[in-house]
Design a protein around this ligand. Structure first.
Ligand code: NAD
Length: 492
């Protein structure tokens, strides 16, 4: 089996312990590669390398950093086929999704941040207090520890690494243990195009690697994408040394369909929004709220389309939905389904584990679930949705907002005034009108409430990875400034 090594201080290395972990193909349950099982010593080596690379990397000109990041994007683009194949095999994602979504979007994200490396914005230098000139510097933070989930591995690597290094930081990234391969390929590619050692380091393993990484004394920021539960643990660990945190956590997105909407378009959009990536998407449309007068019509159209979703081997061009990531994840998803059934929530479609190899799960639809039920409140992270009727705009907004999460939502209507009104009332970081899911490198992605704080993508991500510093120059040269008497001596 092929062994992928970690990238630490510019070199491909095994773990100091010499232990290896097998990466599984979730569609076949076969091993596809081995990666090192890191421990504290490897984490320490990676953080030490990142720390020593920081001074020279942060002092390069923005243009020099930008040029290297563009080269990385070009070199990754040249490896598109291999990246697509590995991502599809290890994450169980349909090849058509990876080839037309994840990989080209990750490359676009990297190019965007290569450009952003040269855009440093802020308040103009000025005498805001008379006799003093104030100016702003935006400083990189230092060593950034990035921790990523398994649902969009190459995209998460791009989102975490590119803005951090564009801003002059150095990075130690820990990909999810299920899907480390394309992150390792990205870091290897960075070395091939001439990145200095230590700027991008990758350590592999699970929580036993993540916790010492977050707690390392030389880590200045933690950028985490994953579940809300783990996010809370990360905040606790980071609190010990007041380390800056950036958290992109779970979601439970509403998709609101008003009676005046194009029902065919809403049903089509809901199938894509709900079942993309086997529902393992933090913005997945999982709570579909339809105005009662069109509810039955929508439900029939949506159920009909959901039955047409083609499960199968992710490498086949005709496959719409691959497996869940692991046996554990499938058991977790099925647990939510079983509990909803036991709570007498009406099951319209699916809810069964298919026979055979691979961690597949059927597209599943529940209806008429109480707002406070578990299936309406908790993130399932699988192909499971609820379709509920609502009676008014006010009820739609109230039910949509009645969750602890706040990552994304969509509104389906032909009434432009209603669309604006509802979009502004929704407590979610992204609101789509008449579609669900698309993102742009130039626009921020991030949550309200327990979906976390801080933004990925866009120039707002650059702000996350820099600290504003105020420098104030005295222009008088006087020994005793006019205001000093307020703390010492008398007024003159
Ligand atoms: P997870 O929280 O289980 O794991 C995420 C990462 O954290 C993995 O690398 C894991 O090894 C690591 N980790 C786990 N426990 C840790 C600990 N105690 N200390 C340090 N690291 C630890 O999440 P997951 O199951 O891999 O991913 C699914 C979750 O990610 C979902 O909740 C989903 O909504 C969320 N997600 C959010 C976004 C977003 O942008 N908001 C994007 C993708 C995924």
């Amino acid at each position: 089996m092929e062994q992928y090594k970690m990238i630490i201080n510019g070199e491909a290395v095994a773990a100091v312990s010499a232990d290896w972990e097998t990466v599984i193909n979730p569609a076949t349950e076969d091993g596809i590669a081995e990666v090192p099982q890191a421990d504290y010593t490897d984490v320490d080596n990676a953080v030490t390398a990142a720390k020593s690379a920081f001074t020279s990397w942060s002092q390069l000109s923005p243009a020099e950093r930008s040029t290297l990041i563009y080269k990385l994007a070009d070199a990754l683009e040249a490896k598109t086929d291999r990246l697509t194949e590995i991502e599809s095999l290890s994450a169980g994602k349909p090849m058509k999704l990876v080839a037309n979504g994840d990989v080209p979007f990750a490359i676009d994200n990297i190019r965007y941040f290569a450009g952003q490396a040269r855009v440093i914005e802020g308040i103009a230098t000025k005498e805001f207090v008379s006799g003093y000139t104030s100016t702003i510097r935006r400083e990189p933070v230092g060593v950034v520890a990035s921790i990523a989930p398994w649902n969009y591995p190459i995209m998460m690597a791009a989102w975490k690494i590119a803005p951090a290094i564009a801003a002059g930081n150095t990075v130690v990234i820990k990909p999810a243990p299920q899907t480390p391969l394309t992150t390792l390929m990205l870091a290897q590619t960075a070395l091939e195009v001439g990145f200095p050692p230590g700027v991008i380091n990758v350590v592999t393993g699970g929580a036993s690697v993540g916790e010492p990484l977050i707690s390392h004394p030389d880590v200045r920021m933690v950028s985490f994408t994953g579940s809300t539960r783990t996010g809370k643990r990360i905040m606790e660990l980071a609190a010990q040394k007041v380390t800056r945190v950036h958290l992109e956590l779970g979601g439970k997105a509403p998709l609101i369909v008003f009676a005046d909407a194009d029902i065919a378009a809403a049903a089509q959009g809901a199938v894509v929004g709900a079942y993309v990536n086997t529902g393992q998407d933090c913005t997945a449309a999982t709570r579909i709220l339809v105005e009662r007068s069109r509810y039955q019509e929508f439900l029939a159209a949506f159920t009909e389309l959901a039955q047409q979703v083609r499960l199968g081997t992710p490498q086949a061009e005709t496959t719409d939905m691959g497996p869940l990531i692991s046996a554990d994840q499938r058991q977790r998803v099925h647990g939510f389904v079983e509990r909803a059934k036991n709570d007498s929530v009406s099951l319209k479609l699916g809810g069964e584990i298919p026979d055979g190899k691979g961690f597949f799960y059927q597209p599943t639809i529940f209806c008429d679930a109480p707002t406070q039920s578990e299936i309406m409140q908790e993130e399932v992270f699988g192909p499971v949705v609820v379709v509920n009727p609502i009676d008014s705009e006010q009820e739609a907004i109230a039910v949509a907002n009645d969750v602890k999460y706040g990552l994304a939502a969509s509104v389906w209507t032909k009434d432009i005034i209603k669309a604006w009104r509802v979009a502004s009332a929704l407590e979610f970081g992204t609101v789509w009108i008449n579609d669900h899911l698309p993102l742009a490198s130039e626009m921020p992605h991030g949550g309200f409430k327990e979906s976390g704080f801080g933004k990925d993508l866009s120039r707002y991500a650059m702000e996350e990875y820099t600290i504003a510093k105020h420098i104030m120059f005295d222009l008088s040269g006087d020994v005793k400034k006019p205001w000093h008497f307020t703390a010492f001596g008398d007024a003159e």
